[in-house]
Design a protein around this ligand. Structure first.
Ligand SMILES: *Cc1c(COP(=O)(O)O)cnc(C)c1O
Length: 361
């Protein structure tokens, strides 16, 4: 058996081949080709959002977001995330200011944000962790009060809706990742969701070396374009995304049922959310129980994953040490159980059995 924490969704090969045929006919592989434009148009339609720029990955999307908003100085962020959330801030020459998380939602603790703001703070950049919306109202309030830009790292949040709108409708910019491990992917890929035609236009130039047209260079840019082949994968997978989410919901509910009544905690999903079931994290009472579970799984060829460990405030290359006891506590005890399309019920039951036995000691 080889059961990994996630597996990429592969659309029917025939469908992908039909897109490849079109690419071969046009002999156009990259540089804002017809597939990329169609993918952007379809995404806007699917998410009911106006301005979306497709780029080469979710990390460069974060970097472009910081760049286009001209963020400098300190950026408030959450230590409980994938490394890219923090590294994008550092890469853009800013300083991450870590603010601890809520122990139930696992998102930034909004009651601690204000005390972390200094006169050098210019933005809040936080993830909707495991696709669970942050307290977007409270964050917007704080942003207005202190004139901070708000960027949401929505890498894990595709398919989540909050208050009947896509979660990407919140913040000055929301970024997406379409990496193969995410529930909706384009092999590699990412996007920025922005609020004006003007920002969208500037980002299109920025992702293309700063070119405004064939020769005119309008400003500093980078190569953050994505290819026709990647966009084609996105177009294929968009047909399946509703089914993908339903399938994950089914798996999630099976785990819920199997693990009911055990001394483990689960993430609390914000009220008013239509959730995307992107991950199945469980929080163990103690670290050794987690480690025991992992070792028992491995014996059976099952590989759950410790998302996210370690807590990012503990990164050795951060200049400033911040104590984030909740994030550190969670990072030590949280484990994501396998979750992907076509994961069989019997495997979900087997994994649940291992967890149950580990908790019995
Ligand atoms: C996956 C992920 C990213 C990075 O996305 P890539 O497309 O792999 O660059 C950033 N932030 C979070 C929270 C992620 O889960």
């Amino acid at each position: 058996m080889n059961i990994t924490v996630s597996k990429p969704f592969l659309p029917p090969l025939e469908r992908y081949l039909s897109y490849l045929k079109l690419i071969w006919e046009k002999e156009w592989l990259t540089n804002n080709g017809p597939m990329v434009r169609e993918f952007e148009a379809r995404l806007k339609e699917y998410l009911n959002l106006d301005y979306i720029v497709y780029v080469s990955n979710g990390t460069i999307a974060l970097q472009l977001a910081l760049k286009i908003l001209n963020i400098k100085g300190e950026v408030i962020t959450s230590p409980f995330s994938f490394i890219a959330t923090t590294s994008a801030i550092l890469w853009e020459g800013c300083e991450p200011q870590m603010v601890d998380i809520f122990s139930d939602t696992l998102n930034i603790n909004t009651s601690l944000i204000e005390e972390a703001i200094t006169d050098r703070t210019s933005a809040i950049l936080v993830p909707h962790i495991f696709g669970n919306p942050c307290d977007v109202q409270k964050i917007e309030e704080i942003g207005k009060k202190y004139r901070l830009k708000i960027i949401y790292d929505g890498a894990q949040a595709f398919g989540t809706y909050y208050d009947n709108r896509s979660i990407f409708a919140y913040g000055d910019i929301a970024t997406i990742s379409f990496h193969a491990t995410k529930l909706f992917h384009t092999v590699e890929g990412g996007a920025l969701v922005v609020r004006s035609k003007e920002i969208e236009r500037k980002l299109r130039m920025m992702r293309n070396f700063g070119f405004a047209d064939e020769y005119a260079i309008c400003g500093l840019g980078i190569n953050a374009k994505n290819s026709e082949l990647h966009a084609a994968m996105g177009l294929c997978n968009l047909f399946h995304v509703k089914d993908i989410i339903n399938e994950r919901k089914r798996i999630s509910e099976r785990y819920d049922k199997n693990l009911e009544g055990l001394p483990i905690k689960k993430q609390k999903i914000a009220e008013g959310t239509q959730y995307n079931y992107s991950y199945y994290p469980v929080i163990f009472p103690e670290k050794d129980v987690l480690e025991w579970t992992v070792s028992q799984c491995q014996k059976m060829g099952i590989f759950p994953k410790r998302y996210f460990y370690p807590s990012l405030n503990q990164l050795s290359f951060l200049k400033k040490r911040t104590f984030c006891p909740v994030s550190e506590y969670i990072a030590e005890r949280i484990l994501c159980l396998p979750m992907y399309n076509n994961l069989s019920v019997s495997t979900v039951d087997l994994i649940s059995e291992i967890v149950i036995n580990a908790l019995r000691g």
